[in-house]
Ligand binder design. Structure first.
Ligand code: FMN
Length: 170
């Protein structure tokens, strides 16, 4: 089974259990790399043309503005030849209750007909939010499995949870 791991992640200042901290690798990316080791999937990072600020407070305002205006912020590349994969795992941080709008930009341009789609969301308290219902709208024709929510500040020790979910959704 060939897997595409499509993920958005931001390595910069972020909020961890009540305080701000600068991280070199985003939480979602940490989990994406763990998943790639489990199934040998292909990693594809969504790369914004204009990334959100490294400053946390600026970033949350930028993301809020994009959500409110239902924006489709530009990304550098959208995955091509998705037909070669049996399933696509979509991974993202929870931004204001759903996926970052860059994910909407990408998913809208892909063809999910006949594909199995799985979602993993990292978050700081709100779980998957409404991301699963948004995925249902965006990934038309896909068989969407139950998603996995992982707290961002716990990604260092999510291995057992991830393995179990991976086995149950393949
Ligand atoms: C712009 C922004 C909005 C966020 N909104 C939420 C939210 O609504 N609910 C939540 O639980 N966490 C929220 N978070 C926390 C992130 O979802 C969490 O830290 C995530 O693990 C970050 O993943 P990353 O390091 O891969 O970018 C937000 C973080 C940012 C930067």
């Amino acid at each position: 089974m060939k897997e595409l791991i499509l993920y958005y992640s931001r390595a910069a200042e972020n909020y961890f259990r009540g305080s701000l901290k600068y991280i070199e690798k985003g939480n979602t990316e940490v989990v994406a790399e763990k998943l790639a080791l489990l199934n040998g999937g292909t990693l594809f990072q969504v790369d914004p043309v204009t990334p959100y600020s490294d400053d946390y407070n600026t970033c949350i305002e930028q993301a809020k503005k994009d959500l409110r205006s239902d924006a489709r912020p530009a990304v550098k590349v959208v995955p091509q030849n998705v037909e070669q994969y049996d399933f696509v795992t979509v991974m993202f941080p929870n931004y204001w209750g759903t996926m970052p709008m860059h994910m909407f930009t990408v998913l809208e341009q892909m063809n999910f007909e006949g594909k199995t789609v799985r979602a993993i969301c990292t978050h700081e308290g709100s779980g998957m939010g409404k991301s699963e219902s948004d995925l249902n709208k965006l990934c038309k024709g896909a068989d969407i499995k139950k998603g996995l929510a992982i707290q961002g500040s716990s990604v260092g020790h999510c291995d057992d949870l991830l393995k179990k979910w991976n086995e149950n959704t393949k």
